[in-house]
Design a protein around this ligand. Structure first.
Ligand code: HEM
Length: 449
């Protein structure tokens, strides 16, 4: 930043602000004490403008609103928005060295190698592996008494992760690994981050040891073998120069991948089940489309062809992005809307807020999948107005995998069951750290065949 431009800028402390206590009260003020991000963000934007400072002890923190801000921060053309710094602070003890916890050349190098495990032919083999698991998994749902959609989806996606990510067959080993993994996820969200026996955090550290030891022992065989699971793909992956990941990098990336994949897909599927229960006309439309395809299961080639299902998925991700906000830390001074944002500030952009801006979306609080139909596609008004998978260098590496998994499950679900919720029911959603229903989402499930 030049001296002349700096002199015209207003200092950080003059950015309109909301007090930390007010913010916390608003965020935790959702019904039943659940975390609500959208309400406060929307209010701050409307009352205070496109950037809002949030005093947070010694830290400088600012929310930037709107698709332009999302684009500038996420695209990071000048290399001044670190993902490593905030994400390491948030999850570095339990998920160290994951791809999102890297910046610059190091990030590019690892991403290039990891991309090998997400190429189209490889994704096809994952889909082939997941199809019978979905069939088996949802067949059992019919027999459950009080059906909680979130719990059922979570169990299914965990079992799928063991098979598709790790190449482990269902059995006692899966249960042990799933347990270890769940302990890690709980620990990463735990408020008390001390390794004290009996506390969540300590269980998470132990979970990490269990999973690391399991992966470490298998790496030599997976490097030599021809397995079609993600772990095997990563063990064999190399970039155009022939560089490979070392053993520790494989372990760290695998553990991070499982975390990045699991709660996000579970959250999206649960929100879709909810919206399709509240909008039976859309449930029927997705079912009609599935019947029209004439296949009980979705092949890889069909994933992108399912029009109504695609719109429903996109609209659900608009209304309920699993990651409601995305943090960065500036590594250089930066200016936005006439204000100076010094190096070392935490800058937060919000998919959830951007997805509900009346300036960009028609009736943004209404569930309307048609808004994504080709003639009308509202998301085309700005490249960064629909960003559930982020954007720029850290754009979600697994978005195609997520799409295939979510659609594969929904395709089979609509063919096998009809479901509904009580007309007055509203899902009590906790929007952070990952969007999920606090009551597990009880739905009435009726088998079709
Ligand atoms: C609906 C499901 C998913 C959603 C909404 C989602 C969302 C996101 C978002 C918003 C980011 C960017 C975060 C940031 O910029 O700070 C991200 C990054 C990432 N996601 Fe996903 N994700 C999903 C599923 C998956 C799956 C299934 C995988 C792996 C199989 C995955 C792997 C990753 C990885 C590795 C990154 C880091 C990329 C990088 O730093 O280069 N995600 N995801």
């Amino acid at each position: 930043m030049t001296a002349t431009s700096a002199s015209r800028l207003r200092p950080f402390d003059e950015i309109p602000s909301v007090g930390t206590l007010t913010m916390l009260r608003q965020i935790l003020g959702g019904k039943g004490g659940r975390i609500d991000m959208l309400g406060p963000l929307d209010r701050h934007y409307r009352e205070l403008g496109p950037l809002v400072r949030q005093p947070a002890g010694p830290f400088r923190m600012v929310n930037l609103f709107g698709p332009d801000a999302c684009q500038t921060v996420l695209m990071d053309r000048d290399g001044i928005f670190s993902a490593e710094r905030p994400w390491t602070q948030i999850m570095g003890r339990i998920f160290p060295n994951g791809l999102l916890l890297k910046d610059g050349d190091e990030h590019r190098k690892h991403r290039r190698i990891m991309h090998q495990a997400f190429r189209r032919p490889v994704l096809r083999t994952y889909v082939e592996r997941m199809t019978p698991m979905i069939e088996r998994g949802i067949a059992e749902w019919g027999g459950m008494g009080d059906f909680l959609a979130f719990d059922a989806v979570k169990e299914l996606t965990l079992d799928m992760a063991a098979s598709i990510f790790l190449g482990v067959d269902l059995g006692p080993e899966t249960r042990r690994l799933n347990r270890a993994f769940e302990d890690m996820v709980a620990a990463s969200m735990s408020r008390i981050r001390l390794p004290i026996p009996g506390l969540e955090f300590q269980a998470g550290l132990k979970g990490r040891e269990t999973l690391s030891a399991f992966l470490c022992e298998l790496i030599p065989a997976r490097r030599e073998g021809d397995g079609s699971d993600m772990f095997s793909e990563l063990c064999r992956a190399e970039d155009e120069d022939g560089s490979r990941l070392d053993d520790q990098a494989i372990i760290d990336h695998m553990i991070f991948l499982m975390m990045a994949a699991h709660d996000t897909s579970t959250s999206t599927l649960t929100s879709m089940i909810y919206e399709l229960a509240r909008h039976p006309e859309w449930q029927e439309r997705v079912r009609e489309e599935a019947l029209g395809l004439g296949k009980a299961v979705l092949d890889f080639e069909d994933v992108e062809e399912r029009e109504a299902l695609t719109w429903v998925m996109r609209e659900t991700l608009r209304r309920y992005p699993p990651l409601p906000v995305i943090p960065r830390v500036t590594t250089d001074d930066f200016e936005w809307c006439g204000y100076e944002i010094p190096s070392g500030s935490m800058v937060v952009v919000s998919p959830i807020h951007t997805h509900h801006m009346a300036e960009w979306w028609t009736a943004p609080w209404t569930f309307d999948p048609e808004r994504f139909s080709p003639g009308r596609d509202e998301s085309k008004r700005h490249t960064f107005m629909w960003i559930p998978f982020g954007g720029g260098p850290h754009h979600c590496l697994g978005f195609k995998f997520a799409e295939a998994q979510i659609k594969g499950i929904m395709h089979q679900l609509v063919l096998r069951y009809r479901w509904r919720v009580d007309p007055g029911y509203r899902m009590p959603l906790q929007q952070a750290p990952i969007s999920k229903p606090m009551d597990g989402l009880p739905v009435a499930l009726e088998p079709i065949r």
